[in-house]
Design a protein around this ligand. Structure first.
Ligand code: CP3
Length: 348
């Protein structure tokens, strides 16, 4: 069945649809009363493991906001099920068994994601059924470094002392873990594609923890292997590395179909780095949505205009939406982006 709204996938392919497509990172979540109603009945872990509830939550922003893509409701940390490690959300994540020493790394049991993460693939199928081809479905994972940083730190970290300590004091242990993690993530994404996702996003949310030279030496080769692998899966890949715009030139060396841009750089400047032949996604500071409708409208228009310098542009936030956002403002953003991009289309 062809999709009723192809604009997001067209942009991923480098075409310019009639309107700039838009979706929002973390578009399903606590800022929506419909989400909070479900979370008042079930824990976050139960929600992630219930394919029917995942589908319901995935569709909430599609129905309310009118976005051009859905993103699977799950979390980058569910992959630790493949290692037999539990994550509690308190609400910040805490791992049952962080891995910090060479002995702990050696003792890890790397399970097969096709067996251990079946509930995610069931959720993909439930989402596809519920969406009934209205908009495409994006699957995702954390990038190897971001995922490994949770495994080693055991929680969200400010200084990344443990994972950086491992890079600098035990680089072979770190490299071995990155190698295994990358292979796990390849298979995890393959499972999502087999279950039916239409695109993939790789979140390197903590990329900015590393100096550029260290990112290049210790992280980029593994990320390159993951991106090369996803290119063989037959769906477009979005690569989002966050926290240091100086890393954009490095991630732009990788053949991801779409480069995610965080909010720390103006979009026109980012496109000068990526070059005009790349597709970009981003990059409104999510906190702007805490401002007035007039401010949201003017900043959104600026970003739509800047996006014209790229091969194609998918509008998004420059990081996840804040839980304090008024859903009506998020909906206004979607309307403004659609209207601004449609009205200013001159000759293509
Ligand atoms: O975007 C979506 O709507 C799809 C669902 C999604 C979630 N997490 C749901 C979630 C996605 C794509 C993620 C990715 C994710 N998870 C990232 C990468 C993106 C980013 O923000 O940088 C990271 C680093 C995580 C890890 C994580 N999960 C943290 C640090 C937390 C707690 C703090 C927080 O932001 O809430 C979570 C929990 C989480 N993941 C919630 C949601 C809706 C909140 C859970 C709740 O209390 O209901």
């Amino acid at each position: 069945m062809p999709l009723q709204n192809e604009s997001f996938l067209q942009a991923c392919r480098g075409e310019r649809p009639a309107q700039t497509p838009i979706w929002l990172m973390r578009q399903a979540g606590r800022y929506m009363p419909e989400y909070r109603a479900i979370r008042s009945r079930v824990s976050f872990n139960e929600l992630c493991r219930s394919p029917e509830l995942c589908a319901e939550v995935t569709l909430q922003p599609v129905d309310f906001l009118g976005v051009d893509a859905a993103i699977l409701f799950s979390d980058i940390l569910v992959v630790f099920d493949a290692l037999g490690i539990d994550v509690r959300f308190e609400p910040s994540p805490v791992l049952s068994a962080p891995v910090r020493t060479e002995a702990e790394a050696k003792a890890l049991r790397w399970g097969d994601p096709h067996e251990t993460l079946g509930y995610v693939f069931d959720a993909v199928r439930a989402c596809k059924r519920a969406l009934a081809d209205r908009v495409p479905l994006i699957g995702f994972c954390g990038a190897p470094f971001t995922t490994l940083s949770y495994l080693v730190e055991g929680q969200t970290s400010r200084e990344f002392e443990r994972i950086k300590g491992m890079i600098f004091a035990a680089p072979a242990v770190f490299a071995g873990l990155m190698e295994r993690m990358t292979t796990l993530l390849c298979e995890y994404l393959r499972g999502q594609v087999l279950a039916g996702v239409d695109a993939l996003q790789i979140f390197d949310s903590w990329a900015g923890a590393l100096a550029p030279a260290d990112y290049r030496a210790h992280v980029l080769p593994h990320l390159a292997r993951l991106v090369d692998f996803t290119r063989g899966l037959g769906v477009p890949t979005i690569l989002f590395a966050r926290g240091n715009a100086n890393l954009l030139a490095q991630v732009a060396e990788l053949p991801a179909d779409v480069l995610g841009i965080d909010w720390s750089i103006d979009l026109d400047q980012a496109i000068r780095v990526t070059g005009p032949e790349r597709v970009v996604q981003g990059n409104l500071d999510p906190m702007v949505l805490l401002g007035t409708p007039a401010l949201v409208e003017s900043k959104a228009r600026d970003i739509v205009a800047a996006g014209r310098a790229a091969k194609a542009h998918i509008f998004n936030l420059g990081h996840g939406i804040s839980r304090h956002t008024d859903p009506a403002i998020a909906r206004l953003l979607v309307e403004v982006v659609h209207a601004a991009s449609a009205s200013s289309t001159t000759s293509a």
